[in-house]
Design a protein around this ligand. Structure first.
Ligand code: ADP
Ligand code: MG
Length: 229
């Protein structure tokens, strides 16, 4: 469903050119939970930006659900991003004065859905991520792991085809990190959500069913493995 074709990304030009992604070819199928791991600076975030249409590759292409995205206009890409993709970042970026439910509902409201519809979708997303009992809490009344789970609910509330996460556990202790990983795993198992997650922690990558290892902008291994139960 999402395919990288001869994907190259470099920054700068001439002598200062830094080639970060050195011609990547792979495909992630619908319903897969894939982790991208590798040392710091190996190009993981850069790869995620290309796959999720937040950035444009220097050459090569991302093909999303059969659509060759290199030919799309900015507006068409924005429409795909808002409608079909979901993002979870390191810093949960929740608005402190809004409840969990309001934080999850806000992007849906902004996309033009009615309040009633938006709150219903938000509530369902919080339920899917095991946070519905905290829906009236403010972020300050939640642990870091719970806040991150609210941000996952926000990322899936519009039912994206692909959920992207860049180091979602970076700011969490190991207990909270595990909770967040369990939430991703449950989401994947219960609803076949396609998930592409970047991490540099092998114990978190073990929650995924497929692990792609990036070193210096090259895929050095791509393995399907048994999932932690
Ligand atoms: P990772 O997420 O694996 O830690 P990144 O994708 O963030 O790695 O970065 C890979 C390399 O690209 C690093 O050397 C980084 O300094 C460089 N890089 C990332 N973004 C930019 C940018 N906007 N301009 C120049 N260099 C960048
Ligand atoms: Mg990174």
């Amino acid at each position: 469903m999402i395919k990288a074709e001869k994907l190259i990304k470099s920054y700068g030009t001439g002598e200062l050119e830094l080639v970060v992604l050195k011609g990547l070819d792979f495909e992630i199928k619908t319903g897969e939970f894939a982790a991208i791991i590798g040392p710091s600076g190996s190009g993981k975030s850069t790869l995620l930006y290309q796959l999720s249409l937040l950035d444009e590759p220097t050459s090569g292409e991302v093909i999303l659900g059969g659509v060759r995205t290199g030919r799309l206009s900015m507006q068409e890409k924005t429409d795909i991003r808002l409608g079909k993709l979901g993002y979870v970042f390191q810093d949960y970026a929740l608005l402190p004065e809004l409840t969990a439910l309001e934080n999850v509902a806000l992007p849906i409201i902004m996309q033009g859905h009615t309040m009633q519809e938006s709150y219903a979708k938000a509530s369902l997303a919080l339920e899917r991520i095991g946070m519905v009992d905290k829906k009236h809490n403010l972020p300050s009344q939640l642990s870091g792991g719970q806040q991150q789970r609210v941000s996952i609910a926000r990322a899936i509330a519009h039912e994206p085809q692909i959920l992207f996460a860049d180091e979602p556990t970076a700011n969490l202790d190991s207990v909270n990190g595990m909770r967040v990983m369990e939430a991703f795993r449950d989401l994947h198992e219960k609803s076949d959500q396609t998930i592409i997650m970047v991490t540099h922690e092998p114990e978190y990558a073990a929650f995924a069913e497929r692990v792609i290892t990036l070193v210096d902008g090259v895929i050095v291994s791509d393995e399907r493995k048994s999932v932690v139960k």
